[in-house]
Write a protein that binds this ligand. Structure first.
Ligand SMILES: [Cu+2]
Length: 81
């Protein structure tokens, strides 16, 4: 049996975070680093162009924790899709 990508996705879901205040690549990496520190966040991909972070998280990760992580980095989480 293979424990590939499909396996861990069972207990995780994708979320799109709309983030305000990112201006350059280092802003994006600040956000990325901060989100990765949140317990249960498995992958983070930040796009400066769309102002979105696409993340894979455990289903038990709270939106509130994501919001805190973004504001800790100095940015604002506008909404979660
Ligand atoms: Cu910047």
């Amino acid at each position: 049996m293979q424990y590939g990508d499909g396996y861990w996705k069972v207990n995780s879901k994708m979320k799109k975070l709309l983030i305000e205040g990112m201006h350059c690549a280092s802003c994006a990496s600040n956000v990325e680093r901060s989100l990765k520190k949140v317990e249960g966040v498995k992958s983070v991909s930040v796009s400066l162009m769309t102002k979105k972070a696409i993340i894979d998280v455990d289903t038990n990760v709270k939106d509130e924790d994501l919001k805190k992580a973004v504001s800790r980095a100095g940015y604002k989480l506008i909404k979660i899709e």
